[in-house]
Design a protein around this ligand. Structure first.
Ligand code: PEP
Ligand code: CO
Length: 457
């Protein structure tokens, strides 16, 4: 798919190194849908290009500075949220619960790692998904694949699977509503939820490590009370938490339409999110996604898996961060618990040997996906924890540092991943399996993972 939309200020590409928000169109863009009507798409993109942005350039710059601190070993990054947001889940309870689990996890990490935690949500725009095939066949009927609510609908009907440009505007609106609510919650005392007295910890009774968890949570409560006494005010009043957003910037026409220039700042910002990332499937060095990302001022992430060669890794660093800017490039490795020991050291060495400076984050979800005996796509809590443990160890052994984790989670009581304190089994999966794509840690599993990370790090 290509777009003819012209963005003000864009310069026509004259050579290999000239960039503009549409220069990706001269490259191969994979994972893009076919829209049936070009004119309708262009009208939607023109609307999108005019609408107010979701984030500001100064927030983007502030995040880059904090990522630079994480890169220097002074912060730990917690990045998490749904595999894919859905329009239907843009509701207050789901958004508040997701924010709550992320804040609670971050508090456990701050306390256990004795470091500030940089919180980044996979939300307010995580609406597009890469798929392994362009079409899906069921009972002899073939339809286009579901590509996330940004593009089409998951139901298996011809009408639902048509790529609909109107969805670009709905996604923008729902992202804005999500952002607005999150900003409001954070500004207005939601930080009170920091207090473990308000946490739901019933599940922990069932855990073999119940006593350890209880001790940790009590210690967090104690520390907070101490700080409040010292400051003479409640934590919500003196500790305003920052929250940033991230999504996989997959659908390039939509991302380009939200790429802007701002007064008194050089360059171009993607103002649909603070922290866009490139998925593993679209990270080809000569592909359209890498071309689009290289010209942004945002901090950016790249997912790297077991198929990534040392040379490919080095080229990506060279293209995406030629000036070695601190905080600019985060490599999110997603190897799988069984492959990380073999795959990660070579990548760390490949990056170091060329003098590239990056932040390393571990995504322990995407390399550990498996199909349960009853057909559900799932992940085991123990594999997820094991990959994080190994990531800490391998970085340390290689003289590098693991600077954060990237998780798929929800604040709801879903049954999508196996194990955890309640030891969910394959027979539990059907009870509350709600993800249309990848399985997420539920509230309890997510909080437990944070509690385990601080005891293994
Ligand atoms: C994802 O993060 O949901 C995803 C598709 O990841 P990856 O590109 O690592 O497979
Ligand atoms: Co996923």
């Amino acid at each position: 798919m290509s777009s003819t939309l012209s963005i003000p200020g864009a310069v026509a590409g004259a050579g290999a190194s000239s960039w503009n928000p549409q220069s990706w169109q001269s490259k191969v863009a994979i994972q893009q849908p076919e829209y049936p009507d070009r004119a309708v798409l262009d009208a939607a993109l023109a609307d999108l290009a005019r609408l107010p942005p979701l984030v500001t350039s100064w927030e983007v710059n502030a995040l880059k500075a904090q990522l630079a601190q994480a890169q220097a070993g002074k912060r730990f990054v917690l990045q998490g949220g749904d595999c894919a947001e859905s329009f239907a889940d843009c509701e207050s309870g789901i958004i508040a619960n997701r924010l709550k689990v992320l804040l609670q996890m971050s508090l456990v990490l701050v306390h256990g790692l004795r470091q500030p935690v940089l919180r980044i949500g996979r939300f307010a725009g995580q609406y597009a998904k890469p798929r392994s095939t362009d079409s899906e066949t069921r009972d002899g009927v073939t339809l286009p694949s579901y590509r996330g609510d940004l593009v089409n609908a998951p139901e298996f009907t011809a009408a639902a699977r048509i790529a609909d440009p109107q969805r670009l505007l709905t996604a923008h609106a729902r992202s804005a509503m999500t952002m607005n609510f999150v900003r409001g919650l954070i500004d207005g005392g939601f930080a009170d939820l920091h207090h473990p007295e308000y946490w739901n910890l019933d599940w922990a009774q069932a855990a073999p490590r119940a006593a350890e968890y209880r001790e940790r949570v009590d210690a967090i409560g104690e520390s907070l009370r101490f700080m409040e006494t010292l400051a003479g005010q409640t934590i919500g009043d003196f500790n305003r938490v920052d929250f940033y957003t991230a999504h996989e910037a997959l659908l390039l026409c939509a991302e380009a339409a939200q790429t802007r220039q701002v007064p008194r700042q050089p360059g171009w910002y993607n103002l649909s999110t603070h922290f866009p990332w490139i998925g593993m499937r679209t990270a080809a060095v000569d592909g359209a996604h890498v071309e689009y990302f290289r010209g942004l001022r945002n901090p950016i992430g790249v997912k790297v898996g077991p198929g990534m060669s040392a040379e490919w890794m080095q080229q990506l660093c060279e293209i995406l961060n030629p000036d070695g800017e601190a905080g600019r490039l985060t490599l999110i490795h997603r190897m799988g618990a069984g492959k990380i020991a073999q795959g990660l050291p070579g990548l760390i060495e490949a990056v170091r040997s060329k003098g590239h400076q990056v932040l390393w984050i571990c995504d322990p979800m995407h390399g550990n996906t498996q199909t349960a005996g009853n057909g559900f796509k799932t992940r085991r809590f123990d594999d997820i924890l094991r990959e994080v443990e190994l990531a800490f160890e391998i970085h340390r052994a290689c003289g590098s540092r693991l600077g954060g984790v990237h998780l798929e989670l929800t604040g709801e009581d879903v049954t999508e991943c196996l194990g955890g304190a309640r030891d969910l089994t394959e027979d539990d999966l059907h009870r509350a399996y709600r993800s249309a794509v990848d399985p997420r840690l539920n509230y309890e599993q997510a909080l437990e993972l944070a509690l385990r990370i601080v005891s293994v790090k």
